[in-house]
Each structure stands twice: as structure tokens, then as C-alpha cells.
Design a protein around this ligand. Sequence first.
Ligand code: PDD
Length: 282
Amino acid sequence: MVFLNGQFIPEKQAFVSICDRGFQLGDGIYEVIRCYQGRPFRLGDHIERLFQSAQAIRLELPYGRDELAGFVNRLIADVTWDYADIYIQVTRGGAPRVHEFPAQIHPTVLMYVSQGQAVSPITLEQGIEAIIIPDTRGTLCNIKSVNLLPNVLARQAAAEAGAGEALFEREGIGVVEGAASNIFAVRKGVLSTGPLSPYTLPGVTRDCVLQLAKAQGLPVELEFLSREELLTADEVFITSTSKEVLAVTILAGQMIGDGRPGPITLKLASDYRALIKRECGI
Ligand code: PDD
């Protein structure tokens, strides 16, 4: 079953107009929430970010926070997978195509659940390879919008290079984030990640990791690092809802540290797992 505009219906009966502005203009926002044994992790944070994104694109959501959470919970009530991903997409709606906001328009709200893929133990143990590519995006990257063309092309470039992620490098700023992840580095015992800015998504996982680092008393600096600073870091890792905390052991063809996930990455990854266990019981 999927949720579409207030109704729970079979996926095969769920249709969206060809005039939908999400389809024609990329005029929409989304969220991805991981569920562990049927329990959504940090649902409140994801719904809050959906509201932030909606406000940033001047879209009024037709449901309140609690109502949305209720729909999500109903959608996953029968899910038996250990890992499931809830996808929420809200577009400005369907109307004859003009660029400006049409006067009479109702948002399209879609939610569905799919089976989630846990990162394999071997990948966790070895880390992944990432490439670095120029950031061709604009300055609305704090909005979780469905305008994902640069991210799609970046991930495809990574896949073609045999890598697991592509990191965006922005001229004059540094390496800001991944195609679908935030970046962290450890240098001389200090954890770094970019500050909240128009160049990155305020990741829910990033926020959890910053809280876990604080709880450990780990020194943290919120700064973008250059390509050189990342390449010479002791540890590099990415964070996202689906990848959790995952080491990058080869970056732009060079080994990071000794080429294996470092101790701080592994500790934060296991603390993150423990947090999931506390909140979702798995
Ligand atoms: N992507 N940066 C970008 C550009 C992202 O697309 C994502 C998440 C993140 C990490 O955010 P979070 O920790 O809240 O998942 C950072 C999701 C998973 C996706 O598009 O599938």
C-alpha cells in the first residue's frame, strides 16, 4: 500500500498527473526515513526537516507534523522487514505548466515503504572508495529538494569509477558533501564536518554523530576541508540515513590513513548503532 493525497491505496492504483510540477519542474521536496524492525528512526527530525524544506520553497504542507507521523506509522504497521525505508515526497501539485506558482493548486503528497538494504559487514570492515568531482549545484543544497540531477550524475560517475560515493568539491569553499551523504574527517584527534550552510543538507545522521562525538568529549570543528586536507586526514567517513556511518578508505585514488576504517570512525559507527538500538530496539 502507498499513501497518496490522503488515501492508502495499492501501488498499482497510485497515479500522479503528467502535469505534476514535481515531474515537470522538479518543484518538490522529499525525505527518506529508515525503519528498524518497523520502527522509524528519528521520525520527528525528518518531519521537522520536511517542514523546513517546505517553508524554504514556500509550499504549505496540507497536514500537520503529528498527522504526517500518523500516516507514516500506519504505512509501516504491517512491514516485517528488518530494514525498511519510508520515502515521502511532496510537490507543489499539478497544474498547466508555468514557472511561477499557479494560483489554484494543491500539493501532491506521496509516501511509500520499500525494503532497506543494510551495509554489508565486509563493506563496513573495508570502507568504501569515493571520488571527488566539481560541485555543479547551486546554493539551495540545504533544501531536500527533488532536483537531484547533479547528484544522480555524481553517483553515476562514482559507479562507473567503481566507487561507492562521489564527493562534491566547491571552488573557494572545499569538499562540501557527498551525492547523498555528509562528510566527516578526523585530523589529529579532531573531528571535522562542514557547518550548516547553503552548500550542504543538514543531515539527520550528521546531527546524531555530532551529538555522539560531544558525548564522547571528542573535539569537533565545523569547517569545510579542502581536497588536500581530506586526502591527508587520518580518517574520512560519510553519514546518511541508509549508509549510517561508513568509512571512506580510498579517496580520489589515494589511501586514507592506513587504508582501513580508523578507530574514531569505528567508535562513532558503533555508538550510532547503539543509539538505533536504544531508540528502535534492533
Ligand atoms: N540522502 N546530503 C545529501 C545531498 C543527501 O541526499 C543526504 C541523504 C544526506 C544525508 O542526510 P541524512 O543523514 O538525513 O540521511 C546528505 C538520502 C538518504 C537519499 O537521498 O536517499
